[in-house]
Design a protein around this ligand. Structure first.
Ligand code: BYC
Length: 316
């Protein structure tokens, strides 16, 4: 057992990917199931706040873009559920963990989307934070997760750009449009900063996940990169981030930023955010309403299998 652990860590240190049939410590498997399934749930729940605006997009072009983005998120969920399945958990089990509240999903999707500018702010900030976290995951140590993330990240970068472009366009518009953009940024900024998870000294999983190269950067390292980039990008919009303490620190070569409201973060994670109940009940309803589709698909697959067996018998 000891030898297995040493050989495993040597593989990780040599940057050799771990594949589904390779030996792995049980805790490595469980950590990956937790992280990948929560990531998959985040994609699927993440379709809801934006899906809310598809029918109200202000033009055909914006509607087509938003529709494509939300469909991409469904695809990301599917790649990620498939990657998690290679670790020995079934999709039904993962859905059950989501629906019973056992599995988490990203805190960010428990906030409401109040105006059209929220679509821009989500693309720019939420997808921007997502990319910052997910590009390093293309080099994560588990092969199927790393490969899924390559495709996810290509699409995420389109998501981020479309959001920034939508805000750029609106921020050159009427005073009402400019105010709507600023209001959306004010509401989405802090929840986006929180997306990276607790500070490193409060993060129980980071140390081991870094040693196993599941995570390539700590929560605080990624958060700082996100703040540094966003603080510059917001200037192009002629708008501001809602943080009076945001200030370039010459010595650190980073932006300093204000205190994060961790109480709010943990409340949202615990299920008490503005939209937690609504999000979960929408997902559960979708699962229940889809039962006949699952039954029909299973029956169809069974029929095809039987037909193939009969054909083989006739031909033999
Ligand atoms: N929300 O020890 P820590 C997207 C939990 S989808 C809720 O640092 P870890 C998109 C954490 O799970 C974005 N819970 O954990 C989709 C842990 O609890 P458990 C999703 C959070 O795993 C559609 C506890 O706090 N991205 O971008 O080492 C449209 C302690 O944390 C959160 C991913 O899932 C949170 N924000 O690090 C648009 C990326 N943060 O599980 C966009 C993959 C922490 O022990 N995941 N917690 O009970 C990761 O990279 C890592 O799991 C995290 C957390 C950095 C998120």
């Amino acid at each position: 057992m000891m030898d297995n652990n040493i050989a495993f860590q040597q593989k990780i240190d040599a940057e050799i990917k771990i594949e589904p049939k390779d030996w792995m410590p049980e805790k490595y498997r469980q950590t990956l199931i937790r992280q990948i399934s929560q990531h998959a749930h985040s994609e699927i729940v993440g379709m809801l706040p934006e899906g809310n605006w598809i029918s109200r997009a202000p033009s055909l072009k914006r509607k087509a873009i938003l529709l494509a983005k939300v469909q991409d998120e469904a695809g990301h969920g599917l790649y990620l559920y498939s990657a998690a399945e290679t670790l020995g958990i079934s999709r039904d089990e993962m859905y059950n963990q989501l629906h019973t509240g056992k599995a988490k999903y990203s805190s960010i999707f428990n906030y409401p989307t109040l105006t059209w500018a929220d679509m821009g702010a989500i693309g720019w900030l939420v997808d921007g934070a997502a990319i910052m976290n997910q590009v390093p995951l293309c080099r994560t140590s588990y092969g199927p997760y790393a490969r899924a993330m390559v495709r996810v990240c290509k699409e995420e970068s389109f998501h981020q750009r479309q959001g920034f472009e939508a805000l750029l366009h609106m921020s050159k518009g009427t005073p009402e449009q400019i105010a709507m953009c600023q209001d959306a940024i004010n509401r989405w900024w802090w929840p986006s900063v929180m997306m990276f998870g607790p500070n490193d000294d409060e993060s129980p999983n980071t140390k081991q996940s870094m040693a196993w190269k599941i995570k390539r950067f700590t929560n605080d390292e990624l958060r700082q990169k996100f703040v540094d980039i966003s603080a510059e990008q917001v200037k192009l919009l002629g708008l501001t981030l809602p943080d009076p303490d945001l200030k370039w620190n010459e010595e650190r070569q980073h932006y300093d930023f204000g205190a994060i409201n961790w109480d709010e973060f943990w409340q949202v994670v615990a299920g008490n955010g503005p939209c937690n109940k609504q999000r979960l009940s929408t997902r559960k309803k979708a699962w229940e309403n889809g039962e006949w589709v699952r039954n029909a698909a299973t029956a169809h697959a069974e029929k095809r299998k039987q037909r193939a067996v009969q054909k083989e018998l006739v031909e033999a």
